[in-house]
Design a protein around this ligand. Structure first.
Ligand code: T5A
Length: 215
């Protein structure tokens, strides 16, 4: 696989969608072929799973095990049908959430065994692995406040108790400490342009200078 997968991760409202879009625009402006997508979702099946997970589509309480498996099912579909083929074509991919979301939310947040979730992730992803993971870190309260201000209401996961959101934030930081070569932790409380600049610096430091980049 000759392409590169860059993932954005972090608690709610950290700016992942904003910065995934901005990074993709910057890469395209430099002549790089970039695919952008998101999890859960990114395929027709994945988008239906997203609706189930976020909007209570089935109108029954979703048990935590089913939740974890559905995230992985969406991921398997995306990896086999979209990410693997794009990487094989040499494309770059900017992905809004991936395997670390399952470790943080279902592991540190819901309390499932993180090593079991890692095995589920491996089953779902096959050989697809991120070259770089940008963790947009901010306190749970601040991120939820931003997400609420934007959408005006909370989805199923945003409605979880604040301790859940605090645990998953700490979980992300623990994951980043364990894999410093893959993760770059970015202060997402900074103004949007400062976060974009930090994202670009991290990409160049970890993956090499971008074509046409001169500082
Ligand atoms: N999930 C997902 C799991 O539990 N397990 C899994 O395995 C996976 C894959 C996905 C949900 O599913 C969970 C996690 C999530 O709960 P989603 O809608 O994709 O749901 O939710 P999020 O990924 O959290 O996306 P959000 O849209 O809520 O947040 P973003 O993408 O981090 O933030 P963004 O860019 O939309 O920005 C939010 C607001 O903040 C402003 C933006 O303008 C926007 O209004 N903003 C800033 N404001 C001030 N300063 C900055 N630096 C700002 N950056 C952005």
């Amino acid at each position: 696989m000759t392409g590169k997968l860059i993932t954005f991760e972090g608690p709610e409202g950290g700016g992942k969608s904003t910065h995934a879009r901005r990074l993709a625009e910057e890469l395209r402006a430099r002549g790089i072929s970039v695919l952008t997508t998101r999890e859960p979702g990114g395929t027709p099946t994945g988008e239906i799973i997203r609706d189930l997970l976020q909007n209570d589509l089935a109108k029954e309480p979703l048990c935590d095990a089913a939740e974890a498996l559905l995230f992985c099912a969406s991921r398997a579909q995306l990896c086999r049908n979209v990410l693997g083929p794009a990487l094989a074509r040499g494309e770059w991919i900017v992905l809004d959430r991936f395997t670390d979301s399952t470790l943080a939310y279902q592991g540190y947040g819901r309390g499932f065994d993180v090593d079991t979730l890692r095995r589920m992730n491996d089953f779902a992803t096959g050989e697809v692995r991120p070259a770089l993971t940008l963790l947009l870190d901010l306190p749970a309260e601040e991120g939820l406040g931003r997400a609420l201000a934007r959408s005006g209401g909370k989805d199923r996961i945003e409605s979880a108790p604040i301790d859940f959101h605090r645990r998953l934030r700490e979980g992300y930081l623990e994951l980043a400490r364990r894999e410093p070569g893959r993760f770059a932790v970015i202060d997402a409380t900074a103004p949007v342009d400062a976060v974009s600049a930090a994202v670009r610096r991290a990409v160049e430091e970890r993956l090499g200078p971008l074509p046409g980049a001169n500082g």
